[in-house]
Write a protein that binds this ligand. Structure first.
Ligand SMILES: *[C@@H]1O[C@H](CO)[C@@H](O)[C@H](O)[C@H]1NC(C)=O
Ligand SMILES: *[C@@H]1O[C@H](CO)[C@@H](O)[C@H](O)[C@H]1NC(C)=O
Ligand SMILES: [Cu+2]
Length: 350
């Protein structure tokens, strides 16, 4: 239903400037007239910061809701992390990386609303803190995420997420572990503005995708080592969503640099990892890398969607690709998330 409404809107978009026709009522129901402003954490109001953090904490401490449940999920937060685990080999080092993580932020936003937060998501403008992440206001103990973890497990021991447990991970396992991270300032230098500018120079989707993925995205993860730096389940640390909103903003900045609108329809890459490559940041293919995090269990495989959903059975990602969330929010196509002000999504970075 939503999808057909959007198609009408996209079709309408091709004739921008033409007067609206009889389709106006469906078109207006999905247009985006007042996009929600998504600020950098630095600029978020203190009230919103505290409410946002409280809603994250609420999800970490609320029971799981889905029936049938997702593998290993005990809390509502675990369900969110489990989705990332289930999709891990389809959404990293693939064309799906940017659209799925944009959709994942929408799943997250819906979950925050369940916990009573109706303000905007925030991103972390990492360029302001590059090279000195640890002194960022992001790590404040009352209006931030708490600091670097301590002890052998790097458990976060101050702030709203101290002593909280996530049951998804490491890798494809499901074992209780603390919210953990370890900040390395030197690695955060490559989240600086000159590196971001370089990452956005490519003139095709695949060039931008690779440069964002291997550049500031990866360096941010390495500098933060959220959840043991685990590629499969790093979303266990609420900080993940601030970093990934920054990644989403980079994609949006690249998309909107071209004023013809061409990049709102440009997609490419694979819809699942090439087994010979696996994650591009690690040597060896999938088989070698599985030594780090195991292999998807039978339960995880049973919950994993067909990587070619909506892609006509092929290996390449198309705009028709269907993204899913285990039922937390409705499925959406890649086409629906291309424009953050397209109607299905309605926000902007400020
Ligand atoms: C976390 O747990 C430790 C050890 O159990 C305890 O000393 C500390 O006060 C707790 N911190 C918070 C913020 O609850
Ligand atoms: C959503 O997508 C999943 C995975 O592709 C699929 O199994 C499910 O049937 C879809 N749901 C709807 C309502 O289309
Ligand atoms: Cu991810």
């Amino acid at each position: 239903m939503l999808r057909s409404v959007l198609l009408v809107f996209l079709a309408g978009g091709l004739t921008l400037g033409a007067p609206y026709t009889a389709k106006t009522t469906t078109v207006t129901s999905t247009t985006c007239t007042t996009p929600q402003k998504r600020p950098s954490w630095h600029d978020m109001t203190e009230t919103n910061k505290k409410a946002y953090l409280a809603a994250n904490r609420c999800l970490l401490t609320s029971p799981a809701k889905l029936k049938p449940g997702l593998p290993g999920a005990k809390t509502r937060w675990d369900e969110l992390v489990s989705l990332h685990q289930i999709h891990a080999l389809q959404i990293h080092t693939t064309g799906q990386f940017l659209p799925y993580h944009r959709y994942y932020l929408k799943i997250f936003e819906n979950l925050l609303q369940e916990c009573g937060y109706n303000g905007p998501l925030a991103y972390w403008d990492e360029t302001r803190d590059a090279g000195k992440f640890s002194s960022s206001p992001v790590f404040d103990t009352t209006t931030g995420f708490g600091g670097s973890g301590k002890g052998a497990q790097n458990c976060v021991q101050d702030g709203p997420f101290a002593n909280l447990t996530v049951n998804i991970g490491p890798g494809f396992k499901s074992q209780p572990r603390c919210v953990n991270r370890r900040i390395t300032n030197a690695l955060s230098g490559q989240c600086g503005s000159s590196y971001v500018a370089t990452a956005l120079k490519g003139d095709t989707y695949e060039k931008a995708l690779d440069a964002i993925y291997s550049g500031p995205h990866l360096f941010g993860h390495m500098a933060l080592a959220m959840m043991d730096g685990d590629s499969i389940t790093s979303s266990g640390d609420p900080l993940f969503f601030l970093h990934h909103s920054f990644v989403d903003k980079m994609w949006w900045d690249w998309q909107s640099k071209d004023t013809t609108g061409k990049r709102l329809k440009e997609i490419g890459g694979l819809n699942a990892q090439d087994p010979a490559v696996g994650f591009s940041e690690f040597p060896g293919g999938m088989e070698v890398e599985s030594a780090m995090w195991g292999k998807p269990t039978a339960a995880i495989l049973a919950a994993t969607p067909d990587p070619a959903s909506g892609d006509n059975g092929g290996k390449l990602l198309t705009l028709g690709h269907i993204m899913s969330s285990g039922g937390i929010i409705p499925n959406a196509t890649v086409a629906e998330v291309m424009d953050i002000k397209g109607g299905y999504l309605c926000y902007e970075y400020v």
